[in-house]
Design a binder for this molecule. Structure first.
Ligand SMILES: N[C@@H](CCC[C@H](N)C(=O)O)C(=O)O
Length: 279
């Protein structure tokens, strides 16, 4: 057995194991079982997600966009399931690419299963990601989330992974979140969903807890923060160019909606531990 390199990083304490794999040779070895083991907080390194950092041209899933983005974020949740996008993970991966001299300049593009994302380095050290437009569910059916013995009407929206946003009176109303919140009707959530429990904190300022699909309750979720801010902007009738601050248990993020609907997510990206691990 031979060890492979890893880097551990986080964005507002949504944490990831990055596996550098420029030439794509680890794709087959990083299967569901291996991801679960790496993400295990007791028997592995521990993380909410595992990111294989590989060149876009090495992967048939995204090869068509290799001219637009040299690098592909191959993202897996801690349970080994594949996800379209990760708003915190893409900033951490961008930080890794910059710090290791794998890209130049202060703007870079990353291919994801949810499309190509552009990341900008801000003068203050934070990173801003162009997250795409939010897509509300194309249904008139009401949707509901149940947790902590209560049920709320939800806003189903894709960014581009599926989210269900609920506005609650108190973040504790969701209970201990030791199991997945109920989602119904199933037809509105064919791919399940990440769930955001949101409260107001002041003018254009909200706070949330999140249940991540494929993980459990986490300390942050970038796409979830965008979903929550987008839903709050609609609820508040905020105009073009609205900018919301979102508190999560692991820190603070900012979401701006450009006049064309593009959501911009700004926040920190931190690299920490480096080492080798057996796959
Ligand atoms: N933590 C991520 C989202 C990761 C994927 C999510 N759990 C899903 O399955 O959709 C983020 O920062 O956006």
């Amino acid at each position: 057995m031979s060890g492979i390199s890893f880097v551990k990083g986080h964005g507002t304490q949504n944490d990831f194991v990055l596996i550098p794999d420029a030439d794509g040779t680890l794709a087959g070895r990083l299967d569901e079982k291996a991801v679960r083991r790496l993400a295990d907080r007791y028997a592995g390194i521990g993380a909410d997600g595992v990111i294989r950092v590989t060149r876009t041209e090495t992967s048939a899933e995204v090869r068509a966009v290799a001219d637009e983005a040299e690098w592909f974020m191959d993202y897996r949740n801690a349970d080994g399931s594949v996800a379209e996008m990760c708003g915190n993970g893409v900033r951490v991966m961008a930080r890794y690419l910059w710090e290791n001299g794998l890209v130049d300049g202060s703007v870079l593009t990353v291919a994801t299963r949810g499309g190509v994302r552009t990341v900008h380095a801000e003068p203050d050290g934070r990173l801003t990601v162009e997250m795409g437009r939010a897509k509300p569910a194309a249904t008139r059916q009401l949707a509901f989330v149940a947790a902590g013995g209560r049920t709320w009407e939800a806003t189903p929206v894709r960014v581009p992974n599926p989210h269900a946003v609920v506005f609650v009176d108190d973040l504790d109303d969701a209970g201990p979140l030791t199991s997945a919140p109920g989602l119904r009707p199933a037809a509105v959530f064919p791919d399940s969903a990440n769930v955001e429990f949101v409260v107001g904190r002041g003018h254009k300022h909200i706070a949330m807890r999140v249940w991540e699909r494929g993980v459990g309750e986490t300390r942050s979720c970038g796409t979830g923060v965008c979903a929550a801010a987008w839903a709050a902007m609609r609820r508040d009738g905020a105009g073009a160019g609205a900018r919301y601050t979102v508190d999560v248990p692991g820190g603070q993020l900012v979401v701006t909606e450009r006049p064309d609907g593009e959501l911009l997510l700004t926040g920190p990206a931190v690299l920490g531990l480096r080492g080798t691990v057996e796959l």
